[in-house]
Design a protein around this ligand. Sequence first.
Ligand code: GDP
Ligand code: ZN
Length: 311
Amino acid sequence: MTTSSSHAQLRGQIVKALSGYYYVRPDGAASDSVSIQCRGRGILKKKGLTPLVGDHVLYSLTENGEGMVDELLPRSSELIRPQVANVDLAILVFSVTEPALNLQLLDKFLLHIEHAGIEAVLCLSKQDLEESGSESEEAKESAASVHRIYEPIGYEVYGTSSRRGSGIDALHKRLQGHVAVFAGQSGVGKSSLLNAIVPGLTLETNEISNRLGRGKHTTRHVELIDIGGGLVADTPGFSQLDFEELGIEDLGYCFRDMRELAPQCKFRGCTHTHEPSCAVLAAVADGRLAASRHENYVLFLAEMKEKKRRY
Ligand code: GDP
Ligand code: ZN
């Protein structure tokens, strides 16, 4: 007999952590139901376990409708920024213009998402600016290039306009059943998208102080927002895109189009930069692999080597 057998063991997920409390959403609860304010059982600390937002837990009810987190269930992933467990989907947001599409930055975000082992979906925001706006031609071209480069290598591309409310339902549907983070540079419209997806949500959306786009040095408490059938972190993911956590040998692997080709390279450990009989270089030469993808790979490789040399 275990000590906790007198309590009914319930299952839930931590959606917020604040001042020593964990807010647990009971499994199967309606999206608008109140989460249960819990303390962590002392045994967790003794075992060196720190409950994270996103953790699936076993908990029991105590007095006053409060509860106690008894046990953490195994995590499928653990993201550092924001610190959330069990994230399994990243929505990588890029605006077709304002700010202008930057494929190098897009590849860098993808690199980090792939490295974290999380599924990535691309979202092209502000599509209304393709029809109106001073940069409409550039915007159209940007959108076309993202579809052309990324769809053939297996990334889904969603188009949205929070201003017009278009594409929002499809993205909402895609989030079902997931714990997701939105990623992308400041100002691309991440907060606006979340506000459009979740009725009643009012994240601030200006460049100076919005929750999702807030500067990287501000620490704040992450919260999982229930979007009805899925959870989304209210803080953007992958805000710091340095190569610290990444090894040079990981780089080729994180470019999924190169990962597929690499086994056909003549030399094991091929860096796909100058080697003879390199399947990646061959694919770039005959247009099967987007030149921009390879260029960005070479650029990141040089950056990583430079960093290694300096330290
Ligand atoms: P975040 O920093 O990625 O969270 O971006 P915000 O959601 O704060 O949006 C940044 C700016 O882009 C704000 O001025 C928004 O009004 C504007 N914006 C957001 N979504 C759209 C959109 O769909 N169309 C247009 N034209 N502007 C948008
Ligand atoms: Zn190669």
